[in-house]
Design a protein around this ligand. Structure first.
Ligand code: SF4
Length: 279
């Protein structure tokens, strides 16, 4: 068993298997990216912008000190639903025709056909915009874009869940995250020179649990939920992110997250226990 500097028993805080903490890549300031000393833009995804809004300490650890949050299992069922929805809308994109869902909801639109569509939907590439004030290359991968007869575009995001009752956009942490996601995509596509409607759409699928048996298939209700986005907060947040990254002061942690509290209390309890053993 590995030795620890704290415990006689050989267990404890500094022992155990080799760390599998993930060191992040492309951190702020490596090769001066994003800083005043370098001309290289700093790549910033929309998920990292969201991380900053949720907890500045986690963001700072990840983007400046290179320590990622512990990984989570992939939501593979949601990924499968996304994939199939993309395929389904692509059939109508190729035919330049509305999907029956669009007709059902009275939306005079077709899936947008553009040579960059694949790239815009690709993770880690997505739609990109260089924000001159911060030298951040902001990017995010869209699920879909629809087009009106006047040429204007609407951002579309696919969501999957399974819950009782009707799906609505609520005032919850997750749904507020979805709203910000939509708003960043609208901002990105607009900054690529397209006319983008303030109204985007969530294609929300809800797995039904009220079936007699599974029978090898999961059925879904599909609903289109319009959402009117406001992107006016983004410039200001990017400037705040830049200030945070340029500073050597480590920001405070979020009061809403219980993990750091757990970590601190666990460490305190552990050290108290070890001290008592030594006395
Ligand atoms: S409070 Fe939560 S989100 Fe923030 S640094 Fe700690 S673990 Fe990360």
């Amino acid at each position: 068993m590995a030795k620890t500097s704290f415990s006689k028993s050989g267990g404890g805080w500094n022992s155990g298997p080799k760390s599998n903490i993930v060191k992040t890549w492309g951190i702020y300031g490596s090769k001066n990216a994003g800083t005043d000393k370098g001309s290289e833009p700093f790549k910033l995804s929309r998920t990292k912008i969201d991380m900053f809004l949720e907890c500045q300490l986690c963001f700072y650890l990840d983007r400046k000190l290179g320590i990622a949050r512990p990984s989570m299992p992939n939501f593979t069922l949601n990924i499968a639903v996304d994939h199939l929805l993309k395929k389904e809308f692509d059939i109508h994109r190729a035919a330049a025709k509305a999907h029956p869902m669009m007709e059902k909801y009275g939306l005079d639109m077709v899936p947008f056909a553009h040579q960059n569509m694949e790239q815009w939907r690709e993770n880690f590439v997505g739609v990109q915009h260089l924000h001159p004030e911060t030298n951040f290359l902001v990017f995010g991968a869209v699920d879909d874009i629809w087009q009106s007869p006047d040429g204007s575009l609407a951002i579309v995001d696919y969501k999957a869940t399974s819950k009782d009752g009707e799906i609505e956009l609520e005032d919850t942490r997750w749904h507020n995250q979805y709203r910000r996601q939509m708003e960043i995509y609208q901002w990105l596509v607009r900054n690529n020179g397209f006319s983008v409607s303030d109204v985007g759409y969530f294609v929300y699928v809800n797995g039904k649990k009220d079936r007699a048996a599974f029978d090898g298939k999961l059925e879904f209700d599909v609903k289109i939920i319009p959402y009117e986005g406001k992107s006016d907060w983004i410039d200001d947040v990017l400037v705040r992110i830049k200030k945070c990254l340029d500073s050597d002061d480590v920001p405070a942690r979020s009061p809403l997250c219980e993990h750091c509290e757990y970590r601190l209390e666990a460490r305190k309890a552990y050290e108290k226990h070890v001290k008592k053993q030594k006395e």
